[in-house]
Write a protein that binds this ligand. Structure first.
Ligand code: FE2
Ligand code: FE2
Length: 258
């Protein structure tokens, strides 16, 4: 599998941060009916995207020391910044439609607790991959659930970012997985699958109203999640033996992988 160096990712995130895809001059056009279906989930994901990322950064620093990948924490820092941009943009939208930014949500509390006790890069990586895979489906559903151009632009911007986030995390998971012996690989592969499926179910039950508003039923959602699981942590990906690492930054390459 082709992987990219941390320096490559630093350059990618730095460049992506300078691209503006949202026209904030637009007025929100959310109807009362649309708002009723999406607001709770929108508030919950806004909160989820605002994490400081301290624990992830600690895990990345510990991992970088062990693997001599000095640039990795910097790449993770820029990745966290991009997530915070999502939180800020969703928050700005909530302000514009006169809805509060919430400070507590049971799903967010649960994930924050898991994050708090986790200092292991592998666990972080599979957790982030799972949430980002669901995020792609979530933001597409949010985009399809209203006719508000501003909200659609915010979702498109997040969807573009999330595609690269998944590639970034998928490469790390592959690198970590490749360093294991065959028994550990067998256990890890099944643990990833189990975690991914269980978390997918929790996310469906927490946000089914929004998913349905975006014209998704449970089977379509689950099918999409399984397809994503195969693409990020399926056997064909994880057990791929040829690893080429590229450190040359070529923006067309990342666009292709998106
Ligand atoms: Fe995000
Ligand atoms: Fe993300």
């Amino acid at each position: 599998m082709q992987t990219h160096s941390s320096l490559y990712w630093k350059k990618y995130f730095t460049r992506n941060a300078s691209v503006k895809r949202i026209d904030w001059q637009l007025e929100p056009q959310l109807t009362k009916f649309e708002k009723g279906k999406i607001i709770k989930s929108l508030q919950a994901w806004q909160l989820g995207e605002t994490s400081e990322g301290e624990h992830l950064l600690q895990a990345a620093k510990k991992y970088a020391l062990k693997t001599n990948d000095n640039e990795y924490p910097e790449a993770v820092k820029l990745f966290i910044k991009e997530e915070q941009k999502h939180g800020n943009n969703l928050g700005k939208y909530l302000d514009l439609i006169d809805e509060p930014r919430i400070t507590k949500d049971w799903g967010d509390t649960m994930f924050r607790k898991i994050r708090y006790y986790n200092t292991n890069m592998e666990l972080w990586t599979i957790a982030v991959i799972t949430v980002e895979s669901a995020a792609q489906i979530f933001y597409q559903a949010l985009k399809d659930a209203s006719n508000c151009t501003l909200l659609k632009q915010i979702c498109t911007d997040i969807l573009i970012d999330e595609a690269a986030h998944i590639t970034f995390q998928k490469e790390r998971l592959y690198i970590i997985f490749s360093g294991k012996n065959s028994i550990s690989k067998f256990i890890a592969y099944h643990a990833y699958t189990c975690f991914f499926i269980c978390t997918s179910l929790v996310i469906w039950f927490a946000h089914q109203k929004l998913f349905k508003a975006g014209r998704l039923n449970f089977f379509k959602y689950f099918q999409k999640m399984m397809r994503k699981l195969n693409k990020v942590a399926g056997t064909a990906i994880l057990y791929h033996t040829e690893n080429k690492t590229s450190s040359v930054y070529d923006s067309s390459e990342i666009v292709q992988s998106i």
